[in-house]
Design a protein around this ligand. Structure first.
Ligand SMILES: Cc1cc2nc3c(=O)[nH]c(=O)nc-3n(C[C@H](O)[C@H](O)[C@H](O)COP(=O)(O)OP(=O)(O)OC[C@H]3O[C@@H](n4cnc5c(N)ncnc54)[C@H](O)[C@@H]3O)c2cc1C
Length: 385
């Protein structure tokens, strides 16, 4: 078209539309990928099976208040905080979390602290636990998702190719939209049925192993005699974290405690019911915090795909998987490790890979060259470190 020519009334101008990409899973991996695709001019649509954002990095509302019920803190550098504007006087959406490195005298009183505690050091130094979402992990997920189209309560059960595009099906039937690419930001066992069109990706996902993990959410009307964060060795409980010790959370009663069971204990009790697990973990919590703990709220939850045991990528390998021919990708802890900072990088790498793959395809079709799309599946680069 001659750019100097004026359009006559009634003329229709058609520009090529932004590529629509389906991102399955609104955990940190999927959300990061979608946000970056959005920044690159794509049109991602995020499908989330549950009713909330964040996946295993989220928070749960209960009758005694909010609990971060998965990841407690984020170690390592991420750009997650940059997705939200910090207004004057507000804490950043991602804020450092520090806890006293040694217990107070009150906390010590009558307690048999572990042998590894440095009893000689009475100085109240602060230990950095990492960064946390403010006022909750869920709020952080919302900050990442703010400009995105996210469809909650939409569990994707099938994905297949129709011509050059992807079609999805949820429990209500086929979704009447076509997508140029699909990204799976979900644990490998859940991703596998959706990756059948790519033999390479399906094989990689089949090799990924996950371990389940029990957690207990505990509310107490009386202050619990433990520091705000503590790890245990040789105990059914791996660590505890008090919500009131984190920035931006309310410190009013009841206190809310996150109790994470040990990996082995979680495995041994994998088939127990939640009530029995709650009683067992409470009993153990009391052995650390004192028999006088009387909870007014108890809820045990099993994360079925809690932590990845053997991710798809070996150290030094790409942080996402991408089948350029099928235009199907996988990001999240299935590929890297169960650490938010690494999952975030995986989402970033995935977005770069998808955007580049689609751009190459459009260039090829603009030049009239057939789309051979023949690159090897695992060539995705770790574009962000
Ligand atoms: C108890 C616990 C404590 C942890 N603590 C820490 C910590 O302190 N620090 C840290 O760095 N990491 C921690 N981790 C690990 C970290 O939380 C995870 O590695 C990370 O959150 C995984 O993110 P993801 O986006 O890959 O997957 P997920 O967070 O699992 O997100 C996947 C999302 O996809 C949805 N979904 C699944 N199937 C479908 C489908 N078919 N259709 C649509 N949606 C679907 C799920 O509902 C979920 O929301 C912890 C994990 C657990 C379980």
């Amino acid at each position: 078209m001659n750019h100097q020519t004026e359009l006559s009334p009634g003329s229709v101008l058609t520009y090529r539309s932004a590529p629509r990409i389906a991102v399955i899973g609104a955990g940190i991996g999927g959300l990061t990928c979608a946000r970056e695709l959005h920044l690159r001019g794509c049109e991602p649509v995020v499908f989330e099976a549950s009713g909330r954002l964040g996946g295993r990095c989220s928070s749960r509302s209960t009758s005694v208040g909010w609990f971060d019920d998965g990841a407690q803190s984020i170690g390592g550098a991420t750009r997650l905080g940059a997705y939200a504007v910090q207004r004057p006087g507000e804490l950043a959406a991602l804020h450092p979390w520090t806890v006293p490195a040694t217990p107070t005298e009150d906390e010590r009183k009558g307690r048999d602290w572990d042998k590894d505690e440095n009893e000689a050091d009475a100085t109240r130094t602060l230990k950095l636990m990492g960064a946390v979402g403010v006022p909750s992990m869920l709020a952080l997920a919302h900050a990442v998702a703010r400009p995105l189209e996210v469809r909650l309560h939409t569990s994707i059960q099938q994905a297949w190719r129709r011509g050059a595009t992807w079609v999805l099906r949820d429990s209500a039937g086929e979704i009447d939209e076509a997508f140029e690419a699909v990204v799976l930001g979900i644990p490998a066992p859940l991703a596998l049925p959706l990756a059948r069109e790519s033999a390479g990706l399906a094989a990689a996902l089949r090799a990924v192993r996950y371990r389940s993990r029990w957690v207990l959410l505990l509310g107490s009307e009386r202050a619990v005699n433990l520091p705000g964060y503590r790890e245990f060795q040789g105990s059914p409980i791996e660590r505890v974290a008090a919500m009131h010790s984190k920035p931006g959370r309310s410190s009013t009663m009841p206190q809310r405690w996150f109790v994470e069971a040990d990996e082995r204990w979680s495995f041994q009790h994998a088939h127990e019911d939640a009530e029995t697990v709650a009683d067992l973990l409470l009993d153990n919590f009391r052995s650390h915090a004192g028999r006088s703990v009387k909870p007014n709220f108890l809820c045990a939850h099993q994360w079925q795909h809690g932590f990845v045991e053997a991710p798809a990528a070996m150290p030094g390998q790409p942080e996402c998987l991408w089948d350029d021919k099928m235009r199907l990708g996988v990001c999240g802890d299935s590929v890297v490790a169960s650490q938010i900072d690494r999952v975030h990088r995986s989402g970033l790498a995935m977005a770069v890979r998808v955007a580049e793959g689609l751009m190459r395809r459009r260039e090829r079709s603009a030049m009239g060259t057939p789309d051979r799309g023949s690159r090897k599946v695992f060539e995705a680069q770790a574009a962000h470190s």
